[in-house]
Design a protein around this ligand. Sequence first.
Ligand SMILES: [Zn+2]
Length: 261
Amino acid sequence: MTARGAQRLVDRPWRDVGRPVVLVPLGSTEQHGPHLPLDTDTTVASLVCEALAARLRTDGDDVVVAPPIAYGASGEHEAFPGTISIGTQALTFLLMEFGRSASAWADRIIFVNGHGGNVEALAAAMPVLIDEERAAAWLPCVPDRAGLDERIGRLDAHAGRSETSIMLAHDAARVRVDRLEQGNPDPLRELMPRLRDAGTRAVSPNGVLGDPRAATAAEGELLLDAIVAGAWSRLRTGRPDERGCLVAGSPDDAADEPVGA
Ligand SMILES: [Zn+2]
């Protein structure tokens, strides 16, 4: 592969950078139950970026994937070792300064978010960048649900069946399958008030929201394909809403929780 064609931003010497679309994986470093690695959200966001970049290239666009932002707002997981949260305020400034710097040469900057806790910072930072007439927006790692529900189980929120399936599909060696434990199975919307007040540990001592025991690599592949399909339609046809989130089709989709809350 020539430097000009390099898919990773950092592989290009400066004369080869050009004016590409820049995809930025935005993840977290936080506990994902007894069985998943701390960078699960960053991994999912990176996989989605790579798949989107491949599709854009097929369409003839120049696109690069930036190094991931591996720290986010994960205060709800701070009672678990390994979690490193920079909080919403710091993340908001990071996103604004990232966008200001990269927009000097990038054609467009798209943050691809793998962690629900980052949404508040994205929703604060993107409108500022857009007001400054910078071409920046974000999109969540939410599956396109068309035709998906019959084939896979209910999407769960954190370190459960959904995320575990994706990690099994991507890199099974990083999943401790000897440690799959059920967590709190209640829907995230019901858990949210206590989760916000007292943190994840108060609602789930093992850190799992959902149940990873039925996870399979096959389901992970379907799920990842559906996330990429959703992201693709936002990227290709979406317009930023008031939070700077690209919305394609029904505006209700934007309110969905991403896989990887
Ligand atoms: Zn996650």
